[in-house]
Structures are given as structure tokens and as C-alpha cells.
Design a protein around this ligand. Sequence first.
Ligand SMILES: Cc1ncc(COP(=O)(O)O)c(C=O)c1O
Length: 388
Amino acid sequence: MSFVLNTYNRRKISFKKGKGSYLYSTNNKKYLDFVQGIAVNCLGHANKNLIKAVNSQAKKVWHVSNAFVIPEQEKLAKKLTKNTFADYVAFQNSGAEATEAAIKFARRYFYSIGQPKKNRILCVNGSFHGRTLATVFASNNKKAMEGYYPKVEGFDHFNYGDHKGMERAITNKTAAIMLEPILGEGGIKVIPDYCLQGLRKICNKKKILLILDEVQCGIGRTGKFFAFEHAKVKPDIVPIAKGIGGGFPLGACLVNKKVAAGMKPGTHGTTFGGNPLAMNVGNAVLDIVLQKSFLKNVQKNSKYFHNGLNKLKYEYPKVIQEVRGLGMLIGLKLNVDQTKFIRKLTENKLLTIRAAENVVRILPPLNVKKKEIDLAIAIIRKVCKNYK
Ligand SMILES: Cc1ncc(COP(=O)(O)O)c(C=O)c1O
């Protein structure tokens, strides 16, 4: 009997240790882990630089209040702003918190310029922004909202790909459009570059803010530091989490000068966000991910992976309908049941995870080795073959 609240359908495997791309189960089996905590462990398990970052900071100071200047926080904020569109960073603990902060900052911006009624956020149906009340209703996913009414007000929605519907949904109360450049939980649906560019233009024209949720697709996952960089657009607000902590809980909300001007002491806060321990790990993650050669390698290896998977799609069209995604954020849209397929991959020692639209999500660590990609392809091929 488990005393853990029953909010997950958990697979009956537990792990005693991890190393790089591999996890070792308590019953002594070795798994190729292409879940990595759902795009969290961007440098794999037990990365020696991250272990060092935790250990060295743990001996100094774990936690101090944000009532004090935290040097590790200053350092990480400087790195993030130097290397991105952002001018300022507010540290949080998770993706949902970072996304909720993004919603708050957008509203607060219009409040600060004397337009408090401009407070609605326009989002995509079937997206995923988190599990807090506001982010659940922002995502507008029936299953996630069930039992949690009354509805949190202030969100409007349009369908993925419906440009006209999106324009129609913008009113004089719209403060911002918020979306994931790649819908992760929603089925690894990439928003094409020209759409992101069009969105930026519409936001400029209507004088509203553009929030791009990079919680899952950011921090090098697509081969660029941020997924929106492929489209060469500049958002106003970007929530991040997952990869930035490399496995340590860490979120942040990045903003430009314009949005930052709406915030002042007391308008937002957190007890744990930006603690020295998380900051030291975040700094260590960025020291690796921001190296040009690192992201080049992600691009090269992910191209190799996509090519291999597309070959499988041609070999087994009755099993694989489509290879989706960008970089190391990969989805296999199946013609067969995703749950069974994932179970078969697991039996063959490859861990993957579901997404909407019958998609199997494949999320290797960003520093995955070519031979590990080959092994994953061989396992997927073996499973596909058995469907013949
Ligand atoms: C795009 C996106 N936003 C927000 C979240 C919420 O992050 P967290 O689970 O850390 O609260 C997720 C989590 O999967 C996500 O994929």
C-alpha cells in the first residue's frame, strides 16, 4: 500500500542510480533513459560538474531570504540576460510558477501604464502551462480543469494553426498572447517560424505582449538556446524551468525592460526562488549549455536522430505516422496505441513518455552519445518489427 496521493499512473519500476543517459533499476536492470525527468536532466544523470556545483554550494550556504542580495543569483541573472533577449530575471521554483509569474507580469505592465482593464491573456487550446489554478485554466485542457471550477477568469483561446481565429480573439482587453513555441504535452507540435514572426508583428501592431513559454523547449533542447531563436523573433516575457536546473528544481521568468518597468519591490516574491543552491547549479548548467560547440553538437546529433527515425517511419508506416519536433524534443505520432508501444519500448529497456495526439515523446539528454541514439533506434525498430 502506498501513502502517496494517487495522482499518477506510475510505471512499476524504481531506480537506484543514474549515469549519463542510463538509469539502473532497483531490480538491477539498465535502461536507456530518453525521458530524463521530462526534459529536465539536460546533461543526463549524475553529471560531475553539477554534482560539484551542488556539493560546493551545500558546504557554504543553502538558503537565504530574498530580503538579501544573493551573489549566485546575480551571477545567473547576468548570464541569462547577456545571452538572451532579456533585461531582467525573476527566479522561481518550477515551470508553473514561472508561467504564472509571466501572466502576472503582463497584467502588471498594463496596470502600470494606466490600462488595468487590458488584462486578458490569449492562449492556445491544448497547450500546457502548468498545474496551478491559473495555468490550468490558461491551458484550457478539459481533463486538467475537471473538478477545479470555478474557472479562473482572464484567459481566451484559439486553436493551434487557426490564424484568423487568433486575430478574431484579440480584443481591446487582451494584454498578451502566450504560447509554447513547441507544444510539448500537446503532442510535440512545432509552431512554424513564419507563424511566430507573424505573431510578433500582430503583437506589435496591437500593442500587446508576446509571452513564449520555453519551460520544455528552452535551454538548448532544440539546438538553439531558446526555440524561438530559430524564427529570429524577440518575445517580451519568457518563463523557463526544467533544463535550467539540470535536475535541480529551478524556474525563472525572463522579461525585457518594458515589462520590468511595471514591477517594483513588493509586487512579486518567493521564499525559495533564487536560493544559492539552485543558483549554483543553474550557473553550472549554463557554463556548459551556452558553449557554442555544445549547441552545435545538439544540432548535429538531433539531425542524425531525426534522420534515423524518419527512416523507420518509411520502413514501418503502419506503426509510425509522423516524426515530429525539433532538436532533442522529438515526438513519434503513431498509428498504433501509444501506451502499448511505450510499454514495449520499456520492456526493451528504452524509456520514453506519452504526449497528446497518440504521440510518444523522446527526450534524450542534450549530451547524448551517437551510439546511444543508435541503440534507441535499434530498440524502436525491434518494437516496430513486431507489429508486422
Ligand atoms: C511548456 C510547459 N510550461 C509549464 C510547465 C509546468 O512546469 P512544472 O511542472 O515545473 O510546474 C510544463 C511542464 O511540463 C511545460 O511543459
